[in-house]
Structures are given as structure tokens and as C-alpha cells.
Design a protein around this ligand. Structure first.
Ligand code: PMT
Length: 409
């Protein structure tokens, strides 16, 4: 569970119809139902007849708190398909089989799930899953093309990878539940305050080469910046993530620009920052780099007991960006300090031209580098600092974006 902020936007309080078709990937749909429910969505699961052969209805009841719907002719609610479609904020079909895709593309209303589809105005997320030959079949491609012409439909996947037992691997594998949950989140967040805006986020530490083998770096993992990029995308923004080296998975839907040094990060940011509505500088940029990196590995035998590396200052990326940002845009900085946190953060807020700054303390339990949580104070110019408790970095990102949205409004 995410400490500090549950349930989470954009899922919280929203109604999702989760359609499950008859494919081996249906076992993963239980996880999708569970994760959507944990994030605060009300999930109505609709199973096709074939889906029941792959996964037990009881499993969905166990994770959503209510039984799945199957029979369009069930006595007691003759207009069930209409009410499900009308009340849904999003319909998600995972797995979407070749048969379902063909029926949806031709507008059939031959079972409860396809009937809900023709009775809803909500966005529809489909996660195709099938054998690679079925996915490559011209009829399947044609049906998908029909669905994709309809602006309400968003396709997520399929991924390339291992298929059902004995089928080898190829394109046709359903994307993982976490990606489907994010695709649903994006569909729910599309009308939100960040919809249509462009957001640039910097993340992770830079590496400044000393010689071909060694570099000067820092402990930033990228977790804070990647959480911000993911949260902004979920709220409907077009997001570019400029990141130093990191092993954190790239958030779904986000444009990724990988860099290594501060100079590369500076070029990548300055090239793009003039066109964005929001810039978030979460990267731990090296303030200095070796003036001239050695072309040969420094040998201990040659360097002796002491080695001096001549350092030169890197450009201040955030300060240089401020001058290029368009009117009405919002610049967010971070301050990482070991002492005098708020005083130094306020100084950086002014010196670097930020609209708000997020102060965090290095070395504090539950905060700072590498770990999944952070404890921050958000300082908006001219306002009282907002001190937050230790929270998951995604929840911290949501709090920061709430403040950004207030500024944009
Ligand atoms: O990546 P994680 O492991 O999740 O850790 C997250 C974090 C601790 C790195 C993150 O929360 C954070 O504090 N990032 C900023 C770290 C930092 O470099 O702070 P600073 O106080 O040195 O820099 C102030 C601001 O200027 C920052 O927005 C920084 O991106 C920016 N800066 C700094 C130097 C430079 N040459 N150019 C810059 O743009």
C-alpha cells in the first residue's frame, strides 16, 4: 500500500467496467481488477462465456468485493447493459481476443460485454492477447484498424514475448497488469487539468567521466523523477522524461530521452523547454565535471598515492531553462540539502527562477535518494510551506502536481 495517500487519482472514485474475454491471459485480469480496486476505482467485471472457462468468477468477487456479470438475459435487471455503459467512466477489455475484436469492430451486441460497448460513451481501453499468427491475420489487423479509427478506443499492446505453452514467443502477449492499470488511468485522466499540456521532467543523476572506466556520480536512482513523469502522463499530459542512467522501468506512454552527462542533459532540456507548460527539475545534476576526461584508464602505479582531478563547473540547467520558458508556464525545482533545508531551498527558489520548489533532506529516514518514499516540503513563492509526511514517491508526485495544477489554473 502507498503510505500517506490512498486511494489515488485518477482512479479514485471512478467507475470502470473490466471486460474479460476467453484467453489464457485472463488469469492476469484478476490482478488488473485488484489493482484498480486498490487504487479506489469501483470495478464492474463483465465476463464473456469463454472467459469463465479460463478463470473462476469467484476470483473476481474476491478482489472487487462483488460478483462479476455474465448473463445479459439475467432476470431482475433488463437494462443492465445500458446502466453499465452509462455509468462507466472507462471500459477496459483485457484480454481482448481476436473474436472479441472482430465483434467489437463490426458493432455486434451479441453478449453483455459487446452490448455495453455499444451503450457507452466512455473511453475504451483494449489489451489484445492472442497467438502471434492470429494477431498477424489480416482480419484481426483490419478489425483493430476499425477500432482505432474510433477516437474513444485506445489500444495497449500486445507485447512481444512468451505466448501460451508450446506456442513459443512473438507479438501477441498481453501487456502486464500494471501497464493496463496505467492505460485506464490515462483514459480517466484525459479530461483533467493537465490534459493536452506538455510536461518535461528531468530525473536521476548525471555521470561525469574521469577516464574511460570511471565517472563522478551521485546516488539518485531516478525514482522521484520517474514517479512525476508517470503521474503527469496519467493526468493527460504529453510527457518527456530526460533522464540520466537509471534502472527504473520507463513509465508507459512517456517519451524517453536518455543522457549521461550534465552537458548532454543541458542540451536535451534547453532544446525542448521553450515548448513546455511545466518543467520539473528532479534530476541530481553534477555541479562539477572533470575539465579534461583522460583518454586512457588512470593507473594506480602511475598516479601514485594521490590523484588530483581538475574540476570545472557545469551549467545550471534549471536557471538556464527559466529564461526560455513561455509565459504562463510553471517551473518546479528540487532542493536536496543536509542542513538549513528551508532557508537554502528558498534561496534556490529565487536564484533559479522556479515557481515552486520541493525541499527534501539527504540522509533523513524515509526521504531522499534511492528509496521508494520521500518526505518533502513544497514551497510556493509567497505562500506558507506545505510540509508533507513520509509518502510513496508516486503519492509525493501527485501532491506536487496538485500544486502545479493550481498554478496553471
Ligand atoms: O532519484 P531518487 O533516488 O528518487 O532521489 C530523488 C532526489 C533526492 C534526487 C530528488 O528528490 C531531488 O532532490 N532532486 C534534486 C537534487 C539536486 O541536485 O538538488 P540541488 O539542491 O543540488 O539542485 C537544485 C535544483 O537545481 C534541482 O532542481 C536540480 O535539478 C537543479 N540543478 C542543479 C545543478 C545543475 N547544474 N543544474 C540544475 O538544473
Amino acid at each position: 500500500m502507498t503510505p500517506g495517500r490512498e486511494p489515488l487519482p485518477p482512479w479514485a472514485g471512478r467507475r470502470v467496467v473490466l471486460g474479460v474475454c476467453g484467453g489464457i491471459a485472463a488469469y492476469k485480469s484478476v490482478q488488473v481488477a485488484r489493482d484498480l480496486t486498490l487504487r479506489g476505482a469501483t470495478v464492474d467485471v463483465v465476463l464473456t462465456d469463454a472467459a469463465r472457462r479460463f478463470v473462476a468468477p469467484m476470483s473476481f468477487e474476491g478482489v472487487t468485493g462483488h460478483g462479476p456479470l455474465i448473463d445479459i438475459f439475467a432476470v431482475g435487471d433488463a437494462a443492465l447493459h445500458v446502466s453499465l455503459g452509462r455509468e462507466a467512466d472507462c471500459v477496459c477489455v483485457a484480454p481482448a481476443t481476436a473474436d472479441f475484436i472482430a465483434r467489437a469492430a463490426s458493432g455486434r451486441a451479441s453478449d453483455l460485454l459487446t452490448t455495453v460497448l455499444v451503450a457507452t460513451d466512455a473511453p475504451v481501453v483494449i489489451a489484445p492477447a492472442m497467438n502471434d499468427r492470429m494477431f498477424a491475420h489480416p482480419r484481426t489487423r483490419a478489425s483493430l484498424a476499425v477500432l482505432e479509427e474510433d477516437l474513444r478506443y485506445r489500444r495497449v499492446g500486445p507485447a512481444e514475448g512468451r505466448l501460451a505453452a508450446g506456442e513459443g514467443s512473438g507479438p501477441g502477449r498481453m501487456v502486464e497488469p500494471a501497464t493496463i492499470v496505467d492505460a485506464v488511468g490515462r483514459a480517466l485522466g484525459d479530461g483533467g487539468p493537465l490534459a493536452g499540456s506538455r510536461v518535461l521532467v528531468t530525473a536521476a543523476g548525471t555521470r561525469e567521466p574521469v577516464d574511460p572506466v570511471r565517472y563522478l556520480g551521485n546516488r539518485s536512482s531516478g525514482k522521484m523523477g520517474y514517479a512525476l513523469a508517470r503521474a503527469a502522463w496519467l493526468r493527460g499530459a504529453e510527457v518527456t522524461l530526460v533522464s540520466g542512467p537509471s534502472t527504473v522501468p520507463v513509465p508507459y506512454g512517456v517519451e524517453m530521452v536518455r543522457v549521461e552527462t550534465a552537458l548532454e542533459m543541458c542540451d536535451a532540456v534547453l532544446e525542448r523547454v521553450g515548448g513546455v507548460d511545466v518543467a520539473v527539475h528532479a534530476a541530481a545534476v553534477a555541479d562539477y565535471r572533470p575539465r579534461v576526461p583522460r583518454t586512457e584508464k588512470v593507473k594506480r602505479g602511475v598516479a601514485g598515492d594521490a590523484l588530483t582531478v581538475d574540476l570545472v563547473a557545469n551549467p545550471d540547467i534549471a536557471a538556464a531553462s527559466a529564461a526560455r520558458m513561455k509565459a504562463g508556464s510553471v517551473a518546479v525545482g528540487f532542493a536536496l540539502e543536509t542542513s538549513e533545508l528551508l532557508t537554502r531551498a528558498r534561496r534556490k527558489l529565487d536564484a533559479k527562477g522556479f515557481d515552486l520548489i520541493v525541499a527534501n533532506r539527504a540522509g533523513e529516514k524515509g526521504a531522499g535518494f534511492e528509496i521508494d518514499t520521500n518526505r518533502v516540503t513544497i514551497i510556493v513563492r509567497g505562500e506558507q510551506p506545505r510540509e508533507l509526511p513520509v509518502m510513496d514517491k508516486f503519492a509525493v508526485a501527485c501532491e506536487i502536481l496538485d500544486v502545479v495544477e493550481e498554478r496553471l489554473a
